[in-house]
Design a protein around this ligand. Structure first.
Ligand SMILES: *Cc1c(COP(=O)(O)O)cnc(C)c1O
Length: 398
């Protein structure tokens, strides 16, 4: 009798996204059940003792493990090619749990400068309080990474492609540098997902996700995950189990269903984004379009080699600074004005005053966040409708 959907070694990504991690209950249901339960019960005192001591595997309490959460974890682990995944209550919780699990006071992180704003705050303000220091380097500059490493460096942390300028780092080369200095490499794979980039196969040790973005894909829930080897993930699990930033079974269920369409969605996102980026690059009101899928992108060749697609986030620098950028945003009637991304709905934001608003002017300048910069996260509406909505404001500028 067919029972559990344990990934077969020959399964392709498209199949893993739909089948991996599904365990049928005695009801033999076709879909993935939700287990909204805080705790689990036992048939006897002896069974309870065996479960609590870890002698027997099984669920105890949903802060530790939950079957719905496990299905999401096993599916994502299979898709990223990792031994294990630990789900968390948000993408930030995934980064926090990774740092608490693997770093101690006195340790150092080297990170790319163009990180997600809250990641920078976490590293500087909260890890800083614990005596963990972070040095920031230019994402694509491998020599700068190596130069920033000291004997205290334990973790290299990068987001590639970067938000919102689509800079790319050579993951395999960065992994080699990390390992030569006995540090781990973590890649925030939020923008491409395993459908378009698998950092572990390129040598990274850990993959971080904000499941809130493309894994869900429809802007419904907040969640995150860390994927990697058993050795490090056991430590991450210990932090989540003890400190409590665990994923709710309801959100895990949403993400599991999201994964089923991830491959199709990401391909469609990429297709829309490529057409829009090409059109934007040629528009007279646009100073520059940043998208690693454009032939003009300085790292287009590297991105083509290491990624299976270019994602759907485009940085658009309009001529005329903040006033011009805001006028393009305000002229839209369909596209959603929001800092979120990774949704079937196209979103638009002005990074300098929203997502990156908490950075100092110097930090903004270093990260390339100019006043004329708009970030587009291209959704799955008809290309003509997205283009028309943006053209209204852009055409008015010329
Ligand atoms: C959104 C995001 C995060 C944080 O995830 P949350 O789910 O919002 O906590 C981390 N990294 C990147 C690249 C993101 O876009």
């Amino acid at each position: 009798m067919q029972q559990d959907q344990i990934p077969a070694p020959e399964w392709e990504l498209e199949t893993l996204a739909i089948r991996a991690g599904h365990r049928r209950t005695h009801e033999q249901e076709h879909g993935e059940p939700i287990f909204p339960t805080s705790s689990f019960v036992y048939g006897s005192a002896a069974e309870a003792a065996a479960k609590f001591s870890g002698e027997e595997p099984g669920n105890i309490y949903s802060r530790f493990t939950n079957p719905t959460v496990r299905t999401f974890e096993e599916r994502l682990a299979a898709m990223e090619g990792g031994e294990r995944c630990v789900a968390t209550s948000s993408g930030m919780a995934a980064i926090m749990a990774t740092a608490l699990a693997l770093l101690s006071s006195g340790d150092e992180i080297v990170a790319s400068r163009s990180l997600f704003g809250s990641t920078v705050s976490l590293f500087d303000k909260y890890l800083g309080k614990l005596g963990i220091t972070t040095r920031y380097v230019e994402l694509s500059d491998l020599e700068a990474w190596e130069a920033a490493i000291t004997p205290a460096t334990r973790l290299l942390f990068a987001e590639t492609p970067s938000n919102p300028l689509s800079e790319v780092v050579d993951i395999a080369a960065l992994a080699e540098i990390a390992h030569r200095h006995e540090a781990l490499l973590a890649i925030d794979n939020c923008f491409l997902t395993p459908a378009l980039q698998r950092p572990l196969a390129l040598g990274a040790d850990l993959v971080i996700h904000s499941a809130t973005k493309y894994l869900d894909g429809q802007g419904r829930a907040i969640g995150g995950a860390v994927v990697g080897r058993d050795e490090e993930l056991e430590e991450v699990f210990g932090v989540v189990r003890t400190c409590g930033p665990c994923l709710s079974p309801f959100n895990a269920w949403i993400f599991t269903k999201g994964l089923e369409t991830l491959n199709l969605r990401m391909r469609a996102h990429c297709e829309n984004a490529r057409h829009l980026a090409e059109w934007l690059e040629g528009h007279p009101a646009v100073a520059r379009a940043h998208y690693s899928g454009l032939a003009s992108h300085p790292q287009h060749e590297l991105a083509s080699r290491q990624q299976q697609g270019f994602g759907a986030v485009i940085g658009v620098e309009v001529k005329g600074g903040r006033e011009a950028a805001w006028s393009v945003i305000d002229a839209t009637r369909m596209v959603s004005i929001t800092g979120n991304l990774g949704d079937v709905k196209t979103t638009i934001t002005h990074p300098a005053t929203t997502t990156h608003g908490r950075l100092s002017d110097d930090q903004k300048a270093a990260a390339g966040i100019s006043e004329g910069l708009i970030r587009l996260a291209v959704g799955l509406e008809a290309l003509e409708d997205i283009r028309g909505d943006l053209a209204r404001g852009l055409d008015a500028l010329v």
